[in-house]
Design a protein around this ligand. Structure first.
Ligand code: ATP
Ligand code: MG
Length: 400
């Protein structure tokens, strides 16, 4: 089948009232971004609540894969366009019916199916109205393919015929990722580790239109270059959808060693996590983020009991902490990880700074006054260590 265009469907952004224009603009600019990397030439049109991409000399699979990374798109409908003739006329109803018959033959080898023709007459100068045109095209399709049957309620195939400047014919809807276009929700700061959860959490917040600033706490020489590379690769997975991710690599070794030296070992994880949150909070502030994002889920591990979450939350002063996975089971998280192609990277067996110094029996119900008291043991050097960690922040910009 030779397609000439894609009709782009979008759901939520259709209901944004007068902001709708801005959302559509963001959606088009994201489509422009991903299609700029594809072979072919593409033109974008926004007309009466729809977005069209006219395409020439393109690779179908490449274009679909690219559009499936654009948040905001719920469906991609490959379309055939029928142009006006030299006298600026569209085909009459017989000509149009022939085009639809040809379209069906191109797309559906097996005609054993029910169908419905849906016409949208936007060009009101077209002599038949939508209902009349649909009835006539339907009749001619039945003549051409007697094995096809009409079902107006629940057809196997809905064939859309839009009569506009051109005529667009389309039937298939290829699912898009949904969500909101990148750039419509501000910026969020993701605590990104090499695990399964945080990349999924980042993807979910990005899907709501947020741009992502990521922070990784690295502990060389206890963690290797390969562990860092894994996080870089996971940041790239998110950049594939958002276009760009700044990854801040923070050297956490000295802070971790100092905590190890001064605090009870069963509280190590929780105190470490509190310092990660404090530092991420500062980076978020500096980079204009409006929230922190983590991959935590209630009860998954000792540092994610409700008491532990209270303890990590406490140190974040000025912004919300978003935890999109908070009520997810592990398998649900794994399913998303697989879907976004993060899983294979996440399960690579490189060490994580959280697991290096972990106590055999970490506290699962930390008491805030106790934790606060033990953190006082750090007062001599911790501010300086945090400042040094921030000063040596290595920013890696990943672009899709
Ligand atoms: P993940 O699969 O995302 O690593 P996890 O199940 O291993 O999560 P924890 O180790 O308790 O859980 O970490 C909880 C959250 O803290 C992570 O989801 C992540 O957002 C953040 N985090 C943990 N370690 C790091 C790190 N080294 N750098 C940045 N963020 C981290
Ligand atoms: Mg982890």
């Amino acid at each position: 089948m030779q397609y000439h265009a894609f009709v782009i469907k979008y759901a939520e952004i259709g209901i944004k009232g007068k902001n709708r224009y801005l959302f559509e603009q963001a959606l088009v600019s994201q489509m422009e971004r991903v299609l700029a990397k594809c072979e072919g030439t593409f033109k974008f049109f926004r007309v009466s609540g729809r977005i069209y991409v006219n395409a020439e000399n393109f690779d179908f699979d490449e274009v679909i894969a690219a559009l499936q990374t654009v948040f905001g798109i719920t469906g991609i409908c490959p379309a055939v366009c029928i142009e006006r003739d030299g006298d600026n006329k569209l085909p009459d109803i017989n000509g149009l019916s022939q085009e639809v018959i040809k379209f069906i033959d191109g797309v559906y080898a097996d005609k054993n199916m029910t169908f419905k023709i849906k016409v949208r007459r936007v060009d009101k100068t077209y002599p038949l109205d939508s209902m009349e045109a649909a009835a006539e095209i339907g009749a001619q399709v039945l003549d051409a393919y007697p094995e096809m049957k009409v079902d107006v309620k629940n057809p196997d195939v809905l064939i859309n015929v839009e009569i506009r400047e051109k005529v667009n014919i389309f039937s298939e809807i290829i699912p898009g990722p949904g969500g909101m276009p990148t750039g419509t929700s501000g910026r969020a700061c993701l605590l990104l580790s090499g695990g399964i959860d945080s990349p999924v959490a980042g993807y979910m917040i990005a899907k709501r239109g947020a741009e992502i600033e990521a922070v990784y706490f690295n502990a060389p020489p206890y963690t290797s270059e390969r562990a860092k590379q894994k996080v870089v690769d996971l940041a790239k997975v998110i950049a594939k959808y958002t276009g760009k991710v700044n990854l801040h690599v923070i050297n956490f070794t000295d802070i971790q060693m100092y905590i190890y030296e001064k605090c009870p070992h069963d509280e190590l994880t929780i105190i470490m996590r509190r310092y990660m949150m404090r530092i991420a909070d500062m980076i978020a502030e500096k980079t204009g983020c409006k929230g922190l994002v983590t991959g935590e889920s209630i009860g998954q591990v000792a540092s994610q009991t409700m008491e532990s979450l209270m303890a990590t939350d406490e140190v974040v002063t000025d912004m919300p902490v978003y935890r999109p996975l908070i009520a997810f089971d592990k398998q649900d998280i794994v399913d998303i990880s697989l879907k976004i192609d993060a899983y294979e990277t996440s399960i690579l067996p490189y060490e994580d700074c959280c697991t290096i110094f972990v106590a055999k029996h970490p506290v699962t119900k930390p008491l805030l006054p106790v934790i606060r008291a033990h953190e006082k043991n750090l007062s001599e050097k911790i501010d300086e260590l945090v400042q040094t960690a921030l000063d040596t922040d290595e920013v890696i910009t990943l672009e899709a």
